[in-house]
Ligand binder design. Structure first.
Ligand code: PXP
Length: 246
């Protein structure tokens, strides 16, 4: 299996919004990422439109030729947009206005009834839904119960930890992947948040159930220095290297 690399281009839009101009354009970034070998493009339309804006979602629906993954909070506003634009998949994430980035996973256990109805509507429209969750078995089981086709394991704690703490976080991800593989073989397992060329290989090695990754900030940061094509290829190589050690 080749682990899919979905590039999150939000932070190209961050640079654009910093000046309120029309460049750099995340639509162009998405195209270059695809040309460099990305398997999909991820964008997070936040309620405050701090980076990606509605126009980006609509234009990328027309231009992205791989997979368009729309990350969004489970609100009525976002559901209406998703049903209209029909991305290839939707990832539901928790969202707080004041946070700098998505801070924790979605509490699917605590919001099962509401999320079940929400996911159903998207599924009926033919849109597979992914749940961005902490690597906790109960959250995985609840995701399946609400009808998710995919889970995205939050790797932020792993990415932020060092030494023994990082190994402990990695074990949680390994166990979560194994739980999904054992109890929900039909479920696709993804991961993301805080991944870099240095920590992604070890994650891929440690979670053999992992099928796709969503990577944004570090890849766009690298691209500032080496260009998007080289940055995408470096991540691709790091992922492949991890996979070869499984
Ligand atoms: N996956 C999800 C659900 C996210 O919310 C984010 C951040 O927008 C990412 C992946 C990518 O994280 P990073 O930008 O740290 O690579």
């Amino acid at each position: 299996m080749r682990v899919a690399l979905q590039v999150n281009v939000d932070h190209v839009a961050t640079l654009r919004q910093a000046r309120g101009v029309n460049y750099p354009d995340p639509v162009q970034a998405a195209m270059l990422c695809e040309l460099a070998g990305a398997d999909g493009i991820t964008i997070h339309l936040r309620e405050d439109r701090r980076h990606i804006v509605d126009r980006d979602v609509r234009v990328m629906r027309q231009t992205v030729g791989t997979v368009l993954n729309l990350e969004m909070a489970a609100t009525d506003e976002m559901k209406a947009l998703a049903l209209e634009v029909k991305p290839d998949m939707v990832t539901l994430v928790p969202e707080k206005r004041e946070e700098r980035t998505t801070e924790g996973g979605l509490d699917v256990v605590g919001a099962r009834e509401r999320l079940g109805a929400y996911v159903s509507e998207l599924r009926e429209a033919g849109i597979p839904v992914s749940m961005f969750i902490d690597p906790v078995p109960a959250q995985i089981d609840a995701s399946v119960l609400v009808g998710a086709a995919i889970i995205e394991l939050h790797t932020g704690d792993y990415a932020n930890a060092r030494g023994a703490a990082a190994a402990a976080e990695l074990s949680k991800l390994t166990e979560a992947g194994a739980h999904a593989g054992r109890h929900h073989p039909e479920l696709r397992v993804a991961a993301g948040h805080g991944l870099t060329v240095r920590n992604v290989g070890e994650l891929v090695r440690a979670v053999p159930e992992l099928e796709e990754l969503n990577i944004g900030h570090a890849l766009v940061a690298d691209a500032v220095f080496v260009g998007l094509e080289t940055a995408v290829q470096a991540f691709r190589a790091a992922i492949d290297e991890g996979e070869s050690r499984r």
